[in-house]
Write a protein that binds this ligand. Sequence first.
Ligand code: MN
Length: 233
Amino acid sequence: MGRTLVMSDIHGMADELFLLLDGIGYRHNADRLIVLGDYIDRGPNSKDILDYFIKLKKVAGKKLVLLRGNHEDICIKAFHDKPAFGQDATSLWLDNGGDATLKSFGKANLSKYITFMEKLPVYVELDKYIFVHGGVNPDISLSQTDPEDLLWTRDYAAHISGKTVVVGHSIKPEVTFISDANTLCVDTGAFTGMYGRGGRLSIVDLTNNEVHWIPTCSHEAPGLVSESLMMWC
Ligand SMILES: [Mn+2]
């Protein structure tokens, strides 16, 4: 049986994405891969990441689950000249790493990528897990929750469904399980490695609670680290 793998917040770090997936022997026809959004912005190669996942989706089908992150959401709004939080979405996007995304696109036509991002769901639920970029409103179902909250919240509390909530969006130094909120945080700040701040790109294997990660900071020796998930608060 294949693994169920989850990761988030790749943020343009394409080389590191490919190193990590190669390192763990990811196979699209055997493993289920769930990505919790924020493919783009900040890091240098957002276009390569979108190209990779667009192509992968065609062969992996339902085994690849791609969610929308708040960065895709702002990018979509910027493209359509819609406001975000009462301000101009374009300047908000460019100020939050969208400038690097635009640079990676060069003269490529953005509309195909916007269409792809618009189709990405904001959350997905499995038997035991909820997957979402930001987090949940603990007292109501996901379908009743404002998608903006699901994309942007940084508050964690145990969800009424009793399911484990798996999130990205808020950077932790390592993959962290917050037991009283029954929430697993998998964003380990991949892009911060560019600034020498010890970023990691991490992926969790939910079939055996193993974490695999690579450092994204050039001062640290490259190479894959695999360890058991620390299940404490
Ligand atoms: Mn992010």
